[in-house]
Write a protein that binds this ligand. Structure first.
Ligand SMILES: *Cc1c(COP(=O)(O)O)cnc(C)c1O
Length: 399
């Protein structure tokens, strides 16, 4: 259980039923959290926000003062982020970049390309010649490095250290980096190395990854200005009050930057920056008992908040009781102390949280699901079953 912030709670209780479900983003809480993260990092570590976690323009703008730039992973994100936060540095990553996307990125003036393959490098070199003649383009080859056994043990999504379509095999990357350093690609400047090896890591695991990447990069014997060690800082959906240990991570990164005064380090978290500011709020429509288990069906479901279905967890939530019942028919209520919260979709996969402690939960009570600010609305299959879309509320106490 997590209690919504007072601003979120007040808004959830004041919305008419017909305006639920709704996403609520507490921008003041987001600013506060981002400032805390930034303060825990050494000055010489740059913080980019991975826009794919939540690209709402209000979120991108609220993060603006606390981040050094944004990581975009498609032509769509590139156009969207460039419009939402004009003039901010962008790094363009992601597998399968099309020639049109690379052309658009060159025209937009993207600061850095995270190059995913040898093919992409050759494409970029030729398009740079055509689209941006005479301009140097900064590239950071993305490398899929093996990491010491066990350091990715806690990872929920490993992108590196095993066969994946992400980045380059280290042996191939060495060849590519050598060619870049030799000036084979006249317009491409080898700015550094990029690696994003896993998501869902705690601070000690993240530091082990960062050390591995920096050691590998600096052992290449070519001049590098930057090493991007990726995102993937964990969010604990089972214990929503517990946060990634930014202080320990910042201290570890400080030791790394002191050991390598020539390097700028960069991180690009998504989830751990925005998950906490978002709430998906709804109301209970029906309550029933089935084969020994109590179910509440809520307005909306995993077509709006796919996170619990995608990750296989129970979305943390809190119940806000509503005493008013506007209908002439009887109000159903839970008989058990624990209730499984399901959505309106005709599939058994549409479960938001199992066996939530909610004694006496009634139709008309409201439920606020927390940790819904990242990989939530924007990863969901909105059109399945054609239910109405949620409302969106950006709460901003600071105006
Ligand atoms: C998704 C992604 C990130 C952000 O990952 P989080 O787990 O949200 O922190 C960073 N870098 C790259 C290349 C990514 O694909």
């Amino acid at each position: 259980m997590t209690d919504p912030t007072p601003a979120v709670r007040d808004r959830v209780l004041s919305l008419p039923s017909a305006e639920l479900p709704a996403y609520l983003y507490d921008l003041a809480a987001l600013r506060h959290h981002a400032a805390t993260v930034r303060a825990a990092l050494p000055a010489r570590v740059e913080l980019y926000y991975a826009a794919k976690a939540n690209p709402e323009p209000e979120i991108l703008a609220a993060l603006g003062p606390h981040v050094d730039g944004y990581e975009v992973s498609s032509g769509g994100e590139l156009a969207h982020v460039a419009k939402a936060v004009p003039g901010r540095p962008l790094a363009f990553g992601g597998p399968g970049k099309t020639p049109d996307e690379v052309t658009a990125a060159l025209e937009t003036g993207v600061e850095r390309f995270h190059v995913e393959s040898e093919y992409e490098l050759r494409m970029l070199a030729e398009l740079a010649r055509q689209v941006a003649p005479g301009r140097k383009v900064a590239v950071l080859p993305r490398v899929n490095l093996p990491v010491a056994d066990g350091s990715l043990a806690g990872s929920s999504l490993a992108m590196g250290g095993r066969p994946t379509p992400f980045g380059m095999d280290p042996a191939r990357a060495v060849t590519v980096i050598g060619a870049l350093a030799d000036g084979t690609y006249r317009q491409l400047e080898l700015r550094g190395i990029h690696a994003h090896l896993a998501s869902g890591l705690e601070a000690p695991e993240q530091l082990a990854v960062a050390e591995t990447v920096v050691d590998w990069a600096t052992s290449l014997g070519v001049p590098l200005a930057e090493v991007n060690v990726g995102g993937g800082m964990t969010v604990d959906y089972a214990d929503p009050e517990r946060r990634f240990d930014w202080t320990a991570y910042g201290k570890g990164l400080a030791r790394l930057t002191e050991a390598h005064p020539e390097l700028t380090l960069r991180i690009e978290p998504g989830r751990a920056l925005t998950a906490y500011c978002g709430w998906y709020a709804t109301e209970v429509l029906d309550v029933k008992h089935s084969h020994g288990e109590e179910f509440a069906v809520v307005r909306g479901g995993t077509h709006h908040l796919r996170t619990p279905a995608a990750k296989g967890h129970d979305q943390p939530c809190s119940v806000l009781e509503v005493d008013a019942w506007p209908y002439p028919w009887p109000r159903p209520a839970a008989e058990d102390d624990h209730v499984t919260l399901a959505g309106q979709l005709c599939t058994p996969k549409d479960v938001l949280a199992r066996r939530v402690p909610a004694p006496g939960l009634r139709a008309g009570d409201r439920v606020a699901f927390s940790l819904a600010g990242a990989y939530a609305w924007n990863i969901s299959h909105h059109d399945f079953l054609m239910h109405p879309r949620p409302g969106f509320h950006f709460l901003d106490a600071t105006g």
